[in-house]
Design a protein around this ligand. Sequence first.
Ligand SMILES: N[C@@H](CCC(=O)N[C@@H](CS)C(=O)NCC(=O)O)C(=O)O
Length: 330
Amino acid sequence: MPQQVEQDGKGDSIYKMADKDGEFRRKPSSFRSFISADPDSEFPAERNRYVLYINYGCPWAHRANIIRSLKGLDDIIQLVVMDFTLTPEGWVFNGNNGTMERDPLYGFTKLSELYLKADPTYKGRYTVPVLWDKKSETIVNNESSEIIRMFYSAFDNLLPITLRESSKPGGGYLPEDQRKEIEEMNEWVYEKVNNGVYKAGFATTQEAYLSHVIPLFQSLDRLEKHLEDRGTKYLFGEHITEADVRLYTTLIRFDVAYYTIFKCNYKMVRYDYPRLHRWLQNLYWEDNEETKGVFKRTTYFDAYKEGYSKAVKGAVVPYGPSVNIAPLSQ
Ligand SMILES: N[C@@H](CCC(=O)N[C@@H](CS)C(=O)NCC(=O)O)C(=O)O
């Protein structure tokens, strides 16, 4: 019996994501501490003290991976990459797909071991991303929306001036003057798009599926209109904000994985949403001051196709599409 399923008692298989009523409900994350620039805090920003555990398939882990590199924290926060195939024992280290054979810190083979080291009484799901503190040997935080916010500025004193939020022309990844608007968008994009694809994909009744897939496409229409009305390169102007990062990790998986595997097939980004498509292409292909080539470098299409196929319990990976993302000239 898989450990996770035993713990939350939700069914006979880890692959069964929906509750009895056919609805998939993502559970709140449990570890919610913050790294701080204050040297006297519980988790002070220090070089080589923290480790980010991810896999390349997960869109929430992808957010954290993108911001880690955009912020120039690659040499400050260690990255540990696990296999993207969900097993009956949860996420594992196995050396597959170019990932690590064992946890480099403790030699663990399962992510659950890390959670239980942090808290032997832990009863939740063993999710990525995880931000680990090597000094106090515990999980600082396992909620991506909070991990990325720590990365924006907590380590700024350790970074060259140009990489600090205070020197960014647009005000950084969460500019104070746009914070309200960005947070408003975060809310519905999370509910209807980021998590909407999962709620459609893991639904086990027609009713549950339709109740999520329809609002998903209405929200993509709304995002397309937002870009049209604003006429800006990114969602909130000429600089990347967290709204762009949070949407990117879902849209880059859309045509290659969610469209087929999660049955989100009413429209395709590439054919039906010209502005979102161009926005996505710019983020992926451009290598400039804004993107630093990080979006492309952290994108793994094969992991999306294979990882999601296995997560919905089918071992068969879709053959297409023939082009993962069209070049910028198209
Ligand atoms: N709210 C969390 C969600 C993280 C999450 O659900 N991650 C998925 C992978 S995409 C996971 O690890 N699932 C394993 C499981 O639920 O057992 C975050 O944003 O960090």
